[in-house]
Structure formats: C-alpha cells, structure tokens
Design a protein. Structure first.
Length: 206
C-alpha cells in the first residue's frame, strides 16, 4: 500500500495543477481531465482522490489559502526574530498579499476566481470567510501588541483598524493586478495608513 505521504503528495500535485490552470486560463480551464493532464496523472487517479470537480476545487482553494497564511506567519516570525517594529513587520506581511511578482499575480487571479465562486458555493464561502477572519485577527493582534510597546495609541480600536487595513489591501491588490505600474504607489499608500495606525516608536527595539 502507498504510504500516507504519497497520498498527500499526489493531492498537492493535483491542487498545484488546478492553480496553474486557473492562473493561466481561468476557472473554467480546471476540468478533471485538464487537471489530470497537467499533473501527469490519469483521470481515474484524480477521481480516486476527488469524487467530483467541486471537491477538487475546494481542496485547491484550501491549499491556496493555507500557503498564503503560512507565508504571512513566516514573515512575522522573521521580523520578530530580527527585532523589527510591529509597523515594519505588518508592512512586510500585508505587501505579501499584493501581486508584486509573477507568482503572486498568478495567485491573485486564482484567489479572485475562487472568491467569485464563493458567492454561489457555500463550502468555498466558508474558506473565504475563515481566511479573511484569520488575516484580520492577525492584524488586530499586531495592533493590540503595538499598544504594549508604544507603537499604537491606547484608544485605537484594533478590530476596526484591522477591517480598514485588510479592506485596503484587497483593493490595492486588485489595482496592482490591473495596473502593475501602480505597485510603488500601492506600497506607499499602505505604508502611510500603517504609519497612521501605528505612529509611535517601539520601546522594545527602537
């Protein structure tokens, strides 16, 4: 019998194939047969792991969001290890959500395709809502932490600021995808808003 790791690898390869197809040709391109062809498997093998296209797409969406959140967590950990300010760490993390290179442009197209699908498919909507909630929660926690080290004013509503910042990033990501030349402007807008939310200096590192 194949080891569990082999099953996980095959599922990941199929999800990656979904990602590539959508990034290049849109959601409709990710048929079971096209995914099998792209991943180098038979249609039967894909159907062995995923009983339907909906199940396959949901798994691919879950992988996409998990990878994104893992990258944000890694940037946070790197920033903390380097003794950077919360504002600097948050800028790095939020810029990670912008389509600033070919890989992230593809990721953005895939993400938006799945978010559009989430309007009609409840299971996809659950993933979208959960991912957005995690991101807002991490931003809000960073702002609360900023109160302890002096970067954020005590009266700041962390939840409200997190809603503002994540909504801003969503809009800026769409702008940069449509108009890559606006990338620098998007970064400047984001940095300006973070400076307004976290205007102080960190007592721990600065």
């Amino acid at each position: 019998m194949p080891r569990t790791a082999d099953h996980d690898l095959r599922r990941a390869q199929m999800a990656a194939a979904v990602h590539r197809l959508i990034a290049h040709d849109g959601l409709d391109a990710a048929t079971m047969s096209a995914v099998a062809r792209e991943a180098g498997f038979s249609v039967g093998l894909v159907q062995h792991y995923f009983a339907s296209k909906d199940e396959l797409l949901l798994f691919a969406y879950e992988r996409l969001t998990a990878d994104l959140l893992a990258r944000v967590a890694a940037r946070t950990a790197d920033g903390e290890a380097a003794g950077r300010s919360i504002r600097a760490i948050m800028l790095d993390c939020l810029c990670e959500l912008l389509p600033l290179d070919p890989a992230r442009r593809g990721e953005h197209r895939v993400s938006r395709a799945f978010q559009a699908r989430a309007m009609d498919v409840p299971t996809a909507a659950e993933v979208a809502v959960a991912t957005a909630g995690v991101l807002r929660g991490r931003v809000a926690q960073g702002i609360e932490n900023g109160k302890e080290c002096g970067e954020t004013e005590a009266a700041t509503d962390a939840e409200l600021a997190a809603v503002e910042l994540t909504a801003l990033v969503d809009g800026l990501a769409d702008l940069v995808y449509r108009e890559p030349a606006r990338a620098a402007a998007a970064g400047a807008v984001l940095a300006d808003r973070l400076a307004a939310v976290l205007p102080g200096r960190c007592r721990h590192y600065d």
